[in-house]
Each structure stands twice: as structure tokens, then as C-alpha cells.
Design a protein around this ligand. Structure first.
Ligand SMILES: [Zn+2]
Length: 172
């Protein structure tokens, strides 16, 4: 399980509560700007046994900005071993900078498009239909009202657990 675009003072604690209640962990790809705006949440995420990846500083499309801007977004963002480019937009230059900054690019396998708020059923069903060993699922704990994400997570975790899945955080 992975969550992008936080930390968010409303939704990140709700996601953490659901994960904890089901004995699950996740990796949170956080924005440097959100970390700075909401101090303390980063520590809360880590204290619950989750890990943090970088999602850049301000969510710019890294394939569409200057080299200086790209360097800044990658090198000066959250400290981690993992980096997920905003929008999944990458190219050889982006990947080279990620590597030079000591990080590994991490994308995802399953995108239930929770950011588009398609409804709790749609999000949950998409996750359940695409569940597969070692698949990385993309969700969001920031960027708007994430109540559907929280409800879908609460629904799928016990079902997947009953199917034998566990939910480790990535080594970031
Ligand atoms: Zn994002």
C-alpha cells in the first residue's frame, strides 16, 4: 500500500488509524512543501511503523521543467531511499537525478484512481480485482477530500488479509 501527496493534517491521521486497526503498514510518498506546512505528521507516520518516500517538493511534472528546477525538486525534497515522480512522469534525466540523489524510482502496479473520487465501491473493487503478490497499490492521503480512500482502505484490508496478504512498508 502506498499513499501520495501528504502529509495532510486531516487525512493522514485517518489513513494511519485504519492501517493500525488492521495491522497493516504502508509507504507514504510525501511532498516537501506539505511536510514543512504540517510539522509533526512525518514523525507520526514513522512512529506507526510506516516508511516515507519522497514525492518531490511541490508536485511539479519533472519532465516539463528546467534542469535546475528538477534538481531542486529531487535533491532538496524529503530525505528517503525511494522517490516517486509526480504523475509518474519520468525520463532518463529524471531517473539519473533520482539515482544521483541516492534514491530508487518507485512507481506502482495498481491505480484505483482514488484522487478522482469514483466512489468507495469503485476504489475497493479495483484494488480487490488487481490484488496480486508484491503489487504496489497507489492511493492518496493528500490533495483533497480523501474520505472515499479511507473508507475503501477500511473495506479492502480485512478482505485481503483473509486471502493471506500482508502489508509491509517498503524499505525506504
Ligand atoms: Zn502525487
Amino acid at each position: 500500500m502506498s499513499f501520495d501527496d501528504g502529509p495532510d493534517p486531516v487525512w493522514t491521521p485517518e489513513v494511519l488509524e485504519v492501517l493500525q486497526r488492521h495491522g497493516a503498514h504502508a509507504t507514504f510518498f510525501e511532498l516537501g512543501a506539505m511536510q514543512n506546512a504540517h510539522p509533526g505528521l512525518r514523525e507520526q507516520v514513522l512512529a506507526a511503523g510506516n516508511t516515507i518516500g519522497s514525492h518531490s517538493i511541490s508536485h511539479k511534472q519533472l519532465t516539463a521543467i528546467s534542469a535546475a528546477g528538477r534538481h531542486h525538486e529531487i535533491f532538496d525534497g524529503p530525505r528517503s531511499k525511494c522517490f516517486r515522480p509526480p504523475y509518474g512522469a519520468s525520463n532518463p534525466k529524471v531517473r539519473a537525478d533520482i539515482t544521483a540523489a541516492g534514491m530508487t524510482q518507485v512507481l506502482w502496479d495498481v491505480d484505483p484512481r482514488d484522487w478522482d473520487r469514483p466512489g468507495v465501491n469503485a476504489i475497493a473493487n479495483d484494488i480487490l480485482h488487481h490484488a496480486h503478490r508484491r503489487n504496489i497499490i497507489l492511493m492518496h492521503d493528500g490533495g483533497g477530500d480523501r474520505s472515499q480512500t479511507v473508507a475503501a482502505l477500511d473495506r479492502v484490508l480485512p478482505i485481503l488479509k483473509a486471502q493471506g496478504y500482508s502489508f509491509p512498508a517498503m524499505d525506504c
